[in-house]
Design a protein around this ligand. Sequence first.
Ligand code: DX5
Ligand code: ZN
Length: 221
Amino acid sequence: MAQLSLSILSADFSALGETLKTAEAGGVDFIHMDVMDGRFVPNISFGPAVIGSLAGKTGLPFDVHLMVEEPGDAIERYVTANTEYVVVHCEACRHLDRVLRSIKSLGVKCGVALNPATHPAVLDYVLDYVDQILVMSVNPGFGGQSFIRGVLDKIKMYDAMRTEMDLRYKISVDGGVNLENLPDVVGAGADMLVVGSAALNSPDPLASLRSFREVADACTK
Ligand code: DX5
Ligand code: ZN
């Protein structure tokens, strides 16, 4: 069953508690926390203090997406009672293997994100132990961007490799996912879909999330 991970980047930051309730009622599986440092990406969002304040306020697990330079220095700050995944960018880590193993040593699952122009082969030497591959379908830094359809081939490639090599990483797709392209994304092999502005900027976010749930369930292999 394709899982939904709601990005709160497009939420009203003065009412994040309400966003969590909408996410729960809408049937999402994860809360996607987009951490941005203004260096790796040209935007600053929120950090450990906000994530810490949301921990314990929902039963939903957190899928923390670190868009920060050299994230290895502060991984433990993102590990909360709700944190299930900590995802770092391969482009932001001088020593990716060391960072991924340090995430696992903290008892949470590790993920690695790759930007649209990054070649999938960069992950060859971590595929056998990484828990999540986050395929960026926009250039990171902002919500509300358009889906880059060229990444569908990358998703298909990782799905095929997973089968061929009997690996178990989850394939997540992040950026510009909407109800129209969702079937293509799931059909390419994605297991997890990050949804942000398409739901939260709609007139009725709860109804929109329920539609995402329905469409995701309908098109899951
Ligand atoms: C972009 C973030 C995404 C984004 C998704 O850098 O990583 O998670 O917030 O939002 P939408 O769905 O609006 O593209
Ligand atoms: Zn993200």
